[in-house]
Design a binder for this molecule. Sequence first.
Ligand code: FAD
Length: 425
Amino acid sequence: MSKIVVIGGGLAGLSAAVYLSAEHQVLLLESSPKLGGRTYSFVENKTGSTIDNGQHLMMGCYKYTLDFLKQIESEKNIEVFENLDINFVKNDSTQYKLSSGNYFYPLNLLSSILNYSAVNLYDRISLIKFILKIKFTKNSYLKNKTVKEWLLDKKQSNQSIISLWEILVIATMNTTLEKASALLFKIVLKEIFLGGKKSSNIILPRTGLSELFCEPAKIFIEKNNCRILTSERVRRIEFDGDNAIKIIANKNCYDDFDYVISAVPFHALNNIQMNTSETNNYPRLEHSPILNIFIWLDNNPFKERIYGLIDSPIHWIFNHGEYLSITISAANEYMAMKEDEILDFTYSQIEKYFPIFNRKFARYCKIIKEKRATFTPSILSIDERQFFNSGFKNVVFAGDWTNTGLPSTIEGAVKSGFFAAKKIT
Ligand SMILES: Cc1cc2nc3c(=O)[nH]c(=O)nc-3n(C[C@H](O)[C@H](O)[C@H](O)COP(=O)(O)OP(=O)(O)OC[C@H]3O[C@@H](n4cnc5c(N)ncnc54)[C@H](O)[C@@H]3O)c2cc1C
């Protein structure tokens, strides 16, 4: 049995702690008073509704996340939508379904694209050809390309780009076609479209994110006689040669451990002092923000659960019945905007896409700006992540930004925690 300190109680840290706690003595240190990092929920004061810090969507290809949820007995808290089924809307309010039906894999996906009438038939066939060739597309060809360059190179039409690719890229990578790495997007597409029938299932939490991930993980870890300390910020790690020997946090010092898993975000590493020369070696990644607008309604005219908006600055509307959760990804330009300006422009967009909606239906609104929602999965990020190594004997790094081969996602975070735990065991 080893003694392990996990720094950071986001999904990466929780996943590492869960996997290790069955056989090892784990102490998890989290700087904030709550667990979950960028994935949490809370009770909104004015309405009493439990809302997330931003709508999170998972997919059937999130296999590490699904294993993690099984392990902490929280599978009951997710809703799996068998068969891809999303409503896309154009600004003339026409709706198009991307719906895979009940065919066998991979016919289900092919049929979903063949029936997606937001693009013309010729372009749909070209879309299918593109997807079928993904597996055979060489990484060396994609390595220095953006998604936009790849799509144009493969003669994807403007209509396909606007009506499908743009939405898919921004949803999975939280950045624009012009910035997103083609290589990383290939991995995403392979996972979603070529990973088997269940891979493209959409998964939504039935509960708040904290009830889905943090509370059951905490129960699991503590049941295994391991400890979690919140409001305990790590300030310094002391080394003897290549070995971490002491962790200094704001309340206590810890020196009785064999291994350390650092599961803090890349920007937070700079705030932890280390008496070693390795400190400036961290990956140079950029952040990509997400803006979430919550609107509580007296009168909800929406019938579907999820709407994707084509060619709109608003990307998704998630219908929670009592309220709408609206997502704007890659939201850099909105971070400095005032709340009433954001609201005004959000209402104008919804009214334009859905004439059934009127801003008078809104009872109350809340805006959450997550400035550091994800890292930007640009071409530069590929090498920055790949060549990053802790360089310390008993310190392993975890977090969505580490070299998981995935964009900045729940799946990336959980996978990184699992692999950090594996590395130790
Ligand atoms: C609004 C929003 C929407 C998103 N939507 C999706 C989605 O739909 N699907 C999806 O898959 N992903 C989505 N993501 C991304 C996903 O939430 C993240 O990739 C994931 O939560 C990252 O987890 P992590 O553990 O790597 O990092 P974090 O969650 O950032 O956890 C790191 C933890 O370390 C702690 N910490 C930092 N410094 C210290 C210190 N010195 N000492 C102790 N603790 C410290 C922090 O407080 C934090 O709790 C979204 C993110 C946001 C913000």
